[in-house]
Design a protein around this ligand. Structure first.
Ligand code: SF4
Length: 410
């Protein structure tokens, strides 16, 4: 049998897709790039916010519209976890439904493949699709209670993978030729009761030609030991991805984030003592956000260097606490604030990157003339553009000759 695959959403979803690809490969299913040649059409969806839901539904409808009589349509992922009943009644062309994380094995003869959150983690067997880097999930679910977030409903409560399993997957990825291993979870810093640093220290002792990057550090679980480990272990990229979401005390409280501005400033004072890259995301237009609250974000990024910044307009999601809040911010105001935040960051980013001109940076080669430095997680950050072709997967030291708003040039 042949299968055509579409994977939407974040790296966590991509790992689910890679698990499903492996499960298919054990059932003698091959992959094709042309949907017309497939027996199975597989879509892994995202449903984190309204924009993602829309994209997922449009993708399924398009695939369903072109589906032939002898083809099976399988839909997996967050959309199914959140809206199974509605999707089942509204898109009858779907033959198999797969919940998030039940994705270790998809039974094609069962209409519903649902996950049991109580099930302990197993070693994830995957087909890696992102060489020379790969994601490695260390936990799933979330025990935080952010008032805007649907993730705990979709992914369930926090549960973590046994460190021995992580180590074994890590070694398997290296054996497959992966050179950058990116640890992911909904919240990586709470691993082992806020002791992610011990896992990182163990992993970085494994022999091989690689580097480790960590994504999604929840601010209040970042310990001094973790800062020191990420900033000064040679095999770990000194890159801190810390989604702050806001800096105004009033909004952080409404968001039910368990830290305040004083805590954030303290954390950034410590981080910026090291030569590290910092990435963060902010939500603008949260209910009750006034001009002065938004301006606190602008002041913060003007005072504390953030190398990479993502901005989202607040999206009201069913069954979340913030959906019940009054004082919603007008659509146009949200758009304007997001544009202003991104414009401010663009100017700051240009200035920040100039500090690398004339310096030597270690990079990983992603494509013949495309590389990434410690500043750049794949897909979301900038790039280092090369003068001449290099071998994909190699590490090289490159002298930077110029910079633009987000990228560096050899
Ligand atoms: S920490 Fe992240 S995943 Fe968990 S509830 Fe908050 S926003 Fe959602």
């Amino acid at each position: 049998m042949k299968c055509y695959v579409i994977s939407l959403g974040c790296p966590k979803n991509l790992v689910d897709t890679e698990n499903i690809l492996y499960s298919f490969s054990t059932q003698n299913i091959e992959f094709v790039y042309d949907p017309d040649k497939a027996d199975i059409l597989f879509v892994n969806t995202c449903a984190f916010i309204q924009k993602a839901i829309k994209e997922s539904i449009n993708t399924i409808l398009e695939v369903a519209h072109n589906k032939k009589e002898n083809q099976k349509l399988i839909v997996a992922g967050c959309l199914i976890s959140r809206f199974k009943n509605q999707i089942e009644s509204q898109i009858p062309e779907i033959d198999v439904f797969v919940d998030t994380n039940s994705a270790n094995f998809v039974n094609l003869n069962k209409k519903f493949n649902y996950c049991d959150f109580a099930k302990p983690f197993e070693i994830e067997k995957r087909i890696v699709t992102t060489y020379p880097y790969a994601y490695l999930r260390i936990s799933d679910g979330c025990h935080h209670n952010c008032s805007f977030c649907t993730i705990p409903q979709i992914r369930g409560p926090y549960r973590q993978k046994n460190p021995e399993y992580i180590k074994s997957e890590f070694i398997q990825l290296l054996e497959k030729g992966v050179r950058e291993i990116i640890l992911i979870a909904q919240d990586t810093s709470c691993y082992n009761n806020n002791n992610l640093s011990s896992l990182l220290k163990d992993l970085s002792k494994i022999e091989g030609n690689y580097w480790i990057r960590v994504l999604y550090l929840y601010p209040s679980s970042i310990t001094d030991d973790l800062i020191d480990t990420i900033a000064s272990t040679p095999r770990i990229v000194p890159y801190f991805d810390i989604p702050l979401q806001h800096v105004s005390d009033k909004i952080l409280k409404l968001m039910q984030r368990n830290y305040d501005k004083k805590f954030i400033c303290n954390l950034f004072d410590k981080l910026l003592k090291y030569d590290v890259a910092i990435r963060s995301t902010f939500i603008v237009g949260f209910p009750f956000e006034e001009e002065k609250d938004f301006n606190e974000i602008l002041d913060f990024i003007n005072n504390y260097r953030i190398d990479r910044l993502g901005a989202f307009e607040y999206s009201k999601e069913e069954n979340t606490k913030s959906a019940t809040y009054g004082n919603v911010v007008a659509y146009n105001t949200k758009r304007k604030r997001k544009a202003l935040l991104l414009d401010t960051q663009k100017r700051l980013s240009k200035k920040n990157l100039e500090r690398f001109i004339g310096k030597k940076l270690k990079v990983i080669i992603d494509g013949p003339k495309i590389a990434r430095s410690f500043l750049d997680a794949p897909e979301i950050d900038g790039l280092v553009k090369l003068k001449r072709e290099r071998q994909v997967g190699d590490f090289e030291d490159i002298v930077i000759s110029k910079s633009s708003f987000y990228d560096l040039y050899e």
